[in-house]
Ligand binder design. Structure first.
Ligand SMILES: [Fe+2]
Ligand SMILES: [Fe+2]
Length: 267
């Protein structure tokens, strides 16, 4: 079970030493909220039964009002802006400021320019661009799976579009970043494949001096055990799919995340 390992890797002394004067950075993805789709929840509840309540409880247990929380995709199962409103309202009520990026299930996300105007007070978004907040720079994109040799032309085209989006995001981040500021990337898909081979995004992260990449998308223990986590060539990787981390946001840096808070939840 990678939960404890991930938490331990991500809370090493180097990371914590970056402390941001009293605030913390957390990450959690794949919330798969469906508060605006009761019929969906009844059909697909299963292991996600009442997970919003569990998420809220865990979130309130660790995240403070001054903190920053990064959400790398699969935020909501809503299909449009109307359906996503209850989910955004629910997120807004939780402590901290949040930065959202889209995942493959975020059918409501129709581009960051259209999403931003409807975001509530504590919510921000990135999608092929970047923002500076809480003494950090955050950028991101939906991302793309690592290409396999037998990828279709359609998959290759999508992959190329997302890499171009990542290049724009990293360029925007570079223009915002000042010396020694942490740079976080939200990228929904695992940057390495199940054999540990890096995707095309990884070299870009390294060249840009990314501090940490938060990703998700993986929803089984078999996948989590193969996911690359911890530091690779100066970049830290964290699989923060909600079910992979016990529905509790994972600390990425700051003053209160020195305790590997996922450890006590590892079975
Ligand atoms: Fe997901
Ligand atoms: Fe996903």
């Amino acid at each position: 079970m990678p939960v404890g390992a991930a938490a331990a890797n991500l809370n090493g002394s180097k990371f914590v030493a970056m402390g941001f004067s009293g605030m913390n950075v957390w990450a959690i993805g794949d919330l798969h909220l469906a508060l605006g789709r009761p019929e969906f929840r009844e059909r697909h509840a299963g292991r996600w039964r009442e997970h919003a309540q569990k998420l809220a409880r865990e979130w309130r247990g660790v995240v403070g009002p001054e903190d920053l929380v990064l959400l790398p995709g699969d935020v909501s199962m809503a299909r449009n802006h109307r359906e996503v409103q209850p989910d955004l309202a629910w997120l807004d009520r939780l402590p901290g400021s949040k930065v959202l990026a889209p995942g493959n299930h975020d059918g409501w996300w129709n581009g960051v320019a259209k999403v931003r105007p409807m975001l509530r007070r504590t919510l921000m978004a990135v999608g092929g661009d970047a923002l500076a907040t809480h003494g950090t720079v955050v950028c991101g994109s939906r991302g793309s799976p690592v290409l396999s040799d037998d990828a279709s032309a359609e998959q290759r085209a999508e992959h190329d579009r997302e890499l171009a989006s990542l290049d724009r995001a990293l360029a925007a981040a570079a223009s915002l970043r000042t010396a020694n500021q942490p740079l976080y990337v939200l990228w929904h898909y695992p940057p390495f494949d199940q054999h540990g081979r890096p995707g095309s995004c990884v070299g870009r992260f390294e060249r840009a001096g990314v501090t940490a990449c938060a990703y998700g998308h993986l929803h089984s223990e078999g996948q989590w055990s193969l996911a690359v986590q911890g530091e690779v060539n100066g970049v830290r990787y964290a699989c923060v799919a909600a079910d992979a981390i016990g529905f509790r946001p994972l600390g990425l840096g700051g003053s209160d995340t020195s305790v590997p808070h996922g450890m006590e939840k590892a079975p």
